[in-house]
Design a protein around this ligand. Structure first.
Ligand code: GLU
Length: 205
């Protein structure tokens, strides 16, 4: 879902492209890996709820032994929240789980969608990559550290108080941090308490 899967409609951008449609825009992916797609939802990420995080985690668990890595296409507005939630729902994963999306739809001439998708496939197939990450704008950011900090720029995400895990340049992944998950078995959790809210303390509250 999100912009990466959106087309222009009379009422603005709407998520309409299916996984297979999206993959047709990046035939270069075949040189990196063999991709199979599972369509869980097609939605604006502002409508994501904790039950959707649980469904994504359950699907990764069901498919864990079938694939070397996972790439999840997601709207940018709440991608960092999903990345955080998945980081806790799926712990110690030696296989990379990547969230990516785009600032511009993949069917437009000028778009970051193709490079983000190809970077994600590169990162998700690199044996030194582990755990849940956001790959966006040439950076791989730990799922617990990613935050959307720019509305329009291609480098929409930053890693807060932690270095990038890797950068992806010219089809190569340069790792700064590889982590310890490689030796461990993943632990999957199945429940999120949705009765939690963040209360921002501001002057005058
Ligand atoms: N609000 C939409 C979403 O997060 C569009 C933002 C985007 O994907 O860049 O799904």
């Amino acid at each position: 879902g999100g912009t990466i899967a959106s087309r222009r409609t009379e009422t603005g951008l709407a998520p309409q492209l299916l996984s297979e449609d999206i993959l047709e825009y990046v035939p270069q992916a075949a040189a990196i890996c063999c991709v199979e797609a599972i369509q869980l939802f097609n939605m604006d990420s502002t409508n994501m709820e904790p039950k959707h995080w649980v469904k994504i985690a359950e699907t990764v668990e069901e498919q864990y032994d079938n694939y070397d890595g996972f790439v999840i296409l997601h709207g940018t507005d709440t991608m960092a929240y999903t990345a955080s939630a998945l980081s806790y729902l799926i712990q110690d994963s030696r296989k990379p789980i990547v969230l990516t999306g785009a600032q511009k739809p993949i069917d437009q001439d000028i778009t970051d969608a193709k490079s983000n998708l190809l970077d994600s496939f590169l990162y998700a197939t690199d044996t030194r990559s582990h755990g849940v990450n956001v790959v966006f704008g040439g950076q791989a950011i730990a799922g617990t550290r990613a935050s959307k900090v720019r509305t329009k720029s291609y480098n929409a995400f930053s890693s807060i108080d932690f270095p990038n895990k890797a950068v992806i340049r010219d089809g190569k992944v340069f790792h700064y941090i590889t982590g310890e998950e490689a030796e461990k078995e993943p632990v999957f959790y199945h429940r999120v308490d949705s009765k939690v809210c963040v209360l921002k303390l501001i002057p005058g509250l």
